[in-house]
Design a protein around this ligand. Structure first.
Ligand SMILES: [Mg+2]
Length: 282
């Protein structure tokens, strides 16, 4: 009997499903949820709509204005230059704006020590070795195709390492965006300062940038990343009189609850108004 039961038990053990591995909620939202997929399509649809409007205005001879902040801007007093006759372009961040870093994020979501510091060595390895472990964000390929069909250039501005720009181009091509050329339509961080304003200015010197899109405010302007801005001040900056009208009208943001500045803050930062604090009433 013993000998008959043992193989059956072993077989049962071998075929039992592996215990499910949990992942933090923010990963479920961004990489798993229908809601994140839908909001991404919503944002891209709005971006294409605006681009077509701007194209029609250009065709009608109406002067256009850059969405890139001009030199000398502050958040209180943003400045925008005219476009002249420059060709139209939309400028995109790459990570979690056009590319979902599926391979890296699955690794990050399930590793045991993920509450430690940002694993920058692992990310550096990812830029070079994960080029076929990525996917386009939902709706991103259709959006890019619609822009190109309308004659709007698609320019990438990423803080990925300039030294590995060829690999980033490979990842974009693998995801279906076509060939990207470093220094032409793919701008990377060649200085290592994590800032994008200089590259935005360079792009705006050639193109009429009618849309900026990203998953962090640094994809719009480095001014939002000033160290002096607290979490509540940074949030309040999005509502400044000269800034508020730009959301969805040239500046487009996608959700990223997984990493970067949107994920910072203590309870006091996130819920700063004591007048709104509450506890259950017995
Ligand atoms: Mg990003």
């Amino acid at each position: 009997m013993k000998h008959a039961i043992l193989p059956a038990l072993l077989l049962a053990a071998a075929s039992a499903p592996a215990p499910a591995t949990d992942v933090p909620k923010e990963f479920r939202y961004l990489y798993g949820s229908a809601e994140a997929a839908a909001i991404t399509r919503e944002s891209y649809r709005a971006l294409v709509g605006l681009a077509l409007e701007r194209k029609a205005e250009r065709d009608a001879g109406k002067p256009l204005t850059q969405t890139v902040l001009a030199s000398g801007s502050t958040l209180d007093h943003p400045l925008f230059e005219g476009c002249g006759g420059k060709p139209l372009a939309a400028v995109f961040d790459v990570d979690e704006t056009l590319l979902l870093n599926i391979g890296f994020e699955e690794w990050d979501a399930t590793r045991p020590d993920r509450d430690g510091p940002w694993p920058k060595d692992a990310w550096a390895s990812w830029e070079k070795t994960g080029t076929d472990k990525v996917a386009a964000l939902p709706g991103a390929l259709d959006m890019v195709a619609a822009l190109r069909a309308a004659g709007v250039a698609v320019i990438y501005n990423t803080n990925r390492n300039g030294a590995t720009a060829d690999y980033t181009a490979k990842a974009l091509e693998f995801a279906g965006f076509g060939k990207a050329t470093p220094g032409v339509d793919l701008y990377t961080d060649t200085i290592g300062d994590g800032k994008k304003d200089g590259r935005r200015a360079a792009i705006a010197s050639t193109y009429c940038v009618i849309a900026l899109a990203g998953d962090q405010l640094g994809d719009i302007s480095d001014l939002f990343n000033a160290a002096a801005l607290s979490v509540p001040q940074r949030r309040a900056a999005t509502a400044l009189p000269a800034i508020a009208p730009l959301w969805g009208q040239g500046w487009f943001l996608l959700p990223n609850p997984v990493y970067g500045p949107p994920t910072r803050g203590t309870a006091d930062d996130v819920f700063p108004d004591p007048a709104l604090h509450w506890s259950p009433v017995p």
